[in-house]
Design a protein around this ligand. Structure first.
Ligand SMILES: Nc1nc2c(c(=O)[nH]1)N[C@H]1C(S)=C(S)[C@@H](COP(=O)(O)O)O[C@H]1N2
Ligand SMILES: [Mo]
Length: 384
């Protein structure tokens, strides 16, 4: 199947729920059709059958992961600050961002490091939002390559990391902190027009960002976990070390004990991992014996040039595998797929596994980690 046929096959069904009208305030999206984990702050994900309907995820079906309520931002007064190890500090208004820099538009997948945490919790309980498999979406992002802004500011020789700071106010340890992230300088300075290492984004799917997704400005870091793509971006700091913000210095690491020593010793997670998920049929759905069409998504490891190479589905516990037809595949992007399997009266579940262009296949099992990050074991869906 070529890309157009595939998109036609998967993108036609109407989406559930209504498209909200967005005001430039802090109000949250109408989330009728999402599985809502918490409302203040908003944490919600789409149902899998909706997620797999289109290669580009509509904003109304895009997961929302926020650590605090959306900040109120006046677009006219807004300035993006650039400081730290730079020759010139910058204070960029929205109109300067639009007029003084050339903009780019890229398609990239955003996924939360905690995607599939719910399954991980079945091994042993894990704290945190119990994400199913929907904390992922593929969108078209428009904005300015981070490298262009850094070039204008003039990065000093000693620079090693670029910090991002949000304008949100998160209650943490008795105080208030913003959400923060940082990325290494080579990633920040990667200025390929087709896929910059990082972007300062103002539009999602060709419309201004909504409050839930970071209006007016966010970063998008293709290939990295969602936590590095800071919403409501207020400040960029060039530094000789990784950010000292809680969400880099402590959270978003793979730990087993989660004591102070381990938090201090472990490195932050940057790239997302090879993964695949069955979206239809959904868990516990009744299926008839005979031929069954299975649909889902697969994600390559978030490394330059890696794409999904093959996806295999099994209806007999992994004894035999059917190769899926793949939709469009590109680096830093998910790939939708469709497979036909033969269901027997004894079938009680479906399995999927993906292999990417580096020849790596998803692991059958993964080691448990205390925070339930980067879960990418073969996805199993029980069916009746
Ligand atoms: N300022 C800010 N940026 C943030 C967050 C946040 O809580 N505050 N959450 C992060 C996490 S953990 C993820 S997975 C993505 C989710 O982006 P989305 O809500 O647009 O899907 O935003 C990231 N950026
Ligand atoms: Mo996340």
């Amino acid at each position: 199947m070529n890309r157009r046929d595939f998109l036609a096959a998967t993108a036609t069904a109407p989406l559930l729920g209504s498209l909200p009208l967005f005001a430039n305030n802090n109000s949250s999206t109408a989330v009728d059709s999402l599985l809502v984990h918490t409302t203040t702050p908003m944490n919600a994900e789409p149902h899998l059958a909706n997620l797999v309907k289109s290669d580009i995820t509509p904003v109304s079906q895009f997961y929302i992961r926020s650590h605090a309520p959306n900040p109120k931002i006046d677009p006219a007064a807004f300035r993006l600050k650039v400081e730290g190890l730079v020759e010139r500090e910058l204070s960029i208004s929205l109109s300067e961002l639009a007029n003084d820099y050339s903009s780019v538009r890229v398609t990239a997948t955003l996924t939360c490091a905690g995607n599939r945490r719910y399954e991980h919790s079945k091994v042993s309980p894990v704290k945190g939002v119990p994400w199913r498999e929907g904390a992922i979406g593929n969108a078209v992002w428009s904005g300015v390559p981070l490298a262009a802004i850094l070039k204008k500011a003039g990065v000093k020789q000693e620079a090693k990391h670029v910090w991002f700071e949000g304008l949100d106010e998160i209650e943490k340890g008795g105080g208030i902190i913003p959400f923060g992230a940082s990325i290494p300088i080579p990633k920040a300075m990667d200025s390929s027009e087709k896929m910059p290492g990082a972007m300062v984004v103002t539009q999602m799917n060709n419309k201004p960002l909504t409050p839930d997704h970071g209006f007016p400005v966010r970063t998008v870091v293709p290939g990295y976990i969602g936590a590095r793509s800071v919403k409501w971006l207020g400040k960029i700091v060039v530094s000789d070390k990784p950010s000292t913000n809680h969400y880099v210095a402590t959270a978003y690491k793979i730990v087993e004990r989660a004591d102070a020593m381990e938090w201090a010793e472990k490195a932050p997670i940057y790239r997302f991992v090879l993964n695949s998920v069955i979206c239809t049929p959904v868990a516990d759905q009744r299926v008839e014996p005979g031929n069954l069409t299975v649909r889902g998504y697969a994600l390559p490891h978030g490394e330059s040039g890696r794409t999904v190479k093959s996806v295999e589905v099994s209806a007999d516990g992994g004894r035999s595998w059917s190769r899926a037809k793949l939709g469009s595949t590109s680096a830093y992007c998910w790939c939708l797929w469709e497979a036909n399997v033969s269901v027997s009266p004894g079938t009680n579940g479906l399995l999927v596994r993906a292999t990417d262009s580096a020849g790596k296949t998803q692991p059958q099992h993964v080691d448990w980690n205390k925070k339930g990050y980067l879960f990418n074991a073969w996805h199993h869906v029980p069916v009746k």
